[in-house]
Design a protein around this ligand. Sequence first.
Ligand SMILES: Nc1nc2c(ncn2[C@@H]2O[C@H](COP(=O)(O)OP(=O)(O)OP(=O)(O)O)[C@@H](O)[C@H]2O)c(=O)[nH]1
Ligand SMILES: [Ca+2]
Length: 497
Amino acid sequence: MVGARQEIKLKKYRYLIALVIILMVVGVLVLVTIPVVQNRSLPKKLKYGIVLDAGSSHTALYIYSWPAEKVNDTGIVTEVDSCKVKGPGISSYWNDIEQAGKSLKVCLDKAKERVPEKQQYVTPVYLGATAGMRLLRSQNQALAEQLMKSVQEFIKTYPFNFQGAQIITGQEEGVFGWITVNYLMENIGKDNAGGNPETEGALDLGGASTQITFVPGEKIESEESALKMRLYGKSYNIYTHSYLCYGKDQALKLLLEKLDITDNGTILNPCFNKGYIRTINVTELFNSPCTSAQHNIIQQMVRIIGTGNFDQCDRYIRSIFNFSVCTWSSCSFNGVYQPKVHGKFGAFSAYYFVMDFFNLTSEKPYDLSTAQQRVKAFCLKPWAEVKNSFSTNEKYLSENCFAGQYILSLLQNYNFTSSNWKTIMFLRKIKGTNAGWTLGYMMNLTNMIPAEQPYTKPLTNASYLTVMVIFSIFVFFLLLIGFLIFKKKIFKAQDKF
Ligand SMILES: Nc1nc2c(ncn2[C@@H]2O[C@H](COP(=O)(O)OP(=O)(O)OP(=O)(O)O)[C@@H](O)[C@H]2O)c(=O)[nH]1
Ligand SMILES: [Ca+2]
């Protein structure tokens, strides 16, 4: 009787053990499959943003994109496409205002093709105009406003989420260029255990203005050029200055104004290659507020003839900068305060175009004397030879001697000398995205740069689940072992019984 009862009990135990084991296996299977299913790569939802850079010499459109769920992560926004508007900058349409807006058509059409239709209504579009419009506004505010309205109305005819067209300040242009460079280089936003990571300065040479922006190693004396910013939980004291009229095209006008004109309306220009001839309308030279000084040229057209004289060019270029006044402890030129340049610099736009022409933009920086020699060698070449040797656009080609010397002069005025010249990296793009103010401008306006470091979980979702699964399996085996020991003891007790 006792033996049969014991057998029934034993059978019950076996069923119970089998049931527990099955439940445990199912439990482990569930634990393993759920994270796998949960973590399989989901189709990424992308967000888009568009910025039009209405520069003095031309307008460009940039399309940026980033994964929707990672807004605050660093290094996430990239440029997915860009479009160069044909023709001059919007400020040149002052006598045909309606055309200013229409000139943007091809690029806006391209943006419409590039951004998925469903996303277009939520895609913000910004237009920022720079020095060309600043100059026009200083001459005729009403006209500048009409022009901005023209581009605004035209952009509004597109299905995007238009956020406004503004003439941005030189300070904004400088600082947003700095943000772009440091965001793309991942100098800002990275949680750097060793304190504040070094940032890089930004050097932008446009057609009508030029900007220098960096974090100095000393206190900034002038409030006007100082900007305190808090980005990703760190504070930055930034120095920035924008020199209106010192972009490449306006600087050339400043130079031409300094040169003598002969009675028959000829200007000899030592900064153009020997034999190069360019005929320009006098109004073209003097319609700029940068050169509106009194002049007594009676001819309508003037002929500029290149003489390719390096030393004379150097002297004339120096003469467009004023070094006679400085009320601060140090100045660059024109009495503008500038602390000592500090750290590395990224130099883009015309700095890049021109230095690239002279093959001076490699990863391994060249020294100042090599740069000077290359520019000099080019300037000494007669125009006929230059023209035959390069297929570059003739306007750019003819201005490279001037631009090369101007850049060398400007950078030395900022106090880049042979000892720190190699801290400048001439670049067009960083990780595939164009260096310029537009990306920083968009990220600022879309609140994509947090002031404080966003909260980050100690583990990613995937590693969290992996750890959970491993520990569950571990606990399962412990339970199993415990259970088997327990079972053995029961059987032993039963045997005794
Ligand atoms: N050599 C050369 N010069 C270029 C090229 N593209 C533009 N430039 C010139 O470089 C200068 C600067 O160009 P950008 O940076 O586009 O200037 P921008 O934005 O129109 O002008 P700002 O409003 O002052 O910023 C202008 O004088 C342009 O004409 C190029 O491919 N090669
Ligand atoms: Ca520009």
